[in-house]
Write a protein that binds this ligand. Structure first.
Ligand code: NDP
Length: 240
């Protein structure tokens, strides 16, 4: 039977590519988004993938959203925690709201969404969770203490949950993308972006598809021996 997948932030950028990749692999996909109805509707019309608006940082809203998806499509087998935002600024200029927004949207969301699906996965003895971290969670980045802390937290979250899921048929892995050509990166000033690309050995920004292929690999039924790992997809920019 077709697997059911929820992709948070699945309507544009990296999430859009993940949603389409999983659909093409035969999954029944639900794409979540936060507030951009126009982009979400256009995505849904283009791809035929149903969209669900709820704030992944809001525990109750996630519970409600997951219940709606499961009523429409069936129990969720695959969760991709992809939704994320940036609110950049050096610490001495960063206001508390920018810290809170990034932590709740990028990190608390992983708890909220995983919590909403984990009991079902445990009951069915199958689950695939992929959390989208970042190269800047691995190495830090000037002007991103909030983002780097949230993304670094995702990597710890992944390893802890992987241990809990291992005996239950649930794998939990992270992907740490490098710089990928999406709206998020297009917001970076051009001269800064040029300097970033100079530091990428492969010589280009990543594409959303580069990341989606990694998600497809980690969520396949056959990937049941891969858990607690972080797959870096960054053109060689950062190597551990
Ligand atoms: P985009 O800004 O292109 O898309 C973000 C997506 O997340 C949108 O669908 C957006 O919905 C959704 N979203 C944002 N806030 C919320 C929320 N509170 N609740 C639900 N959905 C929300 O991002 P990218 O595709 O560039 O990034 C995707 C992920 O990859 C993020 O976690 C990011 O941190 C990570 N990443 C990106 C890199 C890059 O270079 N682009 C590098 C490393 C990691 P809406 O359209 O409604 O706003």
């Amino acid at each position: 039977m077709a697997r059911v997948a929820l992709v948070t932030g699945g309507t544009r950028g990296i999430g859009e590519a993940i949603s389409v990749e999983l659909r093409d692999a035969g999954c029944r996909v639900a794409a979540n988004y936060g507030g951009n109805d126009e982009r979400a509707q256009a995505f849904s019309e283009r791809t035929g993938i149903p969209v669900y608006r709820f704030d992944v940082g809001d525990f109750a809203a996630v519970e409600d959203g997951v219940a709606r998806i499961e009523a429409d499509l069936g129990p969720i087998d695959i969760l991709v925690n992809n939704a994320g935002i940036t609110r950049d600024g050096t610490l001495h200029r960063m206001d508390h709201g920018s810290w809170e927004d990034v932590i709740r949207t990028n990190l608390s969301s992983c708890f909220n969404c995983s919590r909403a699906v984990i009991e079902g996965m445990r009951g069915r003895k199958f689950g695939r969770i992929v959390n989208i971290g970042s190269i800047n969670g691995q190495g830090g980045q000037y002007g991103q203490v909030n983002y780097a802390a949230a993304k670094s937290g995702i990597h710890g979250f992944t390893k802890a949950l992987a241990q809990e899921g291992a005996g239950q048929g649930i794998t939990v892995n992270a992907i740490a993308p490098g710089y990928v050509d999406t709206d998020m990166v297009r917001a970076v000033p051009e001269r800064v972006l040029e300097r970033i690309v100079e530091r990428i050995p492969v010589g280009r920004l990543g594409t959303a598809h580069d990341i989606a292929r990694g998600v497809l690999f980690l969520t396949s039924d056959e990937a049941d021996f891969i858990t607690g790992s972080t797959l870096s997809i960054n053109g060689g920019q950062h190597m551990y």
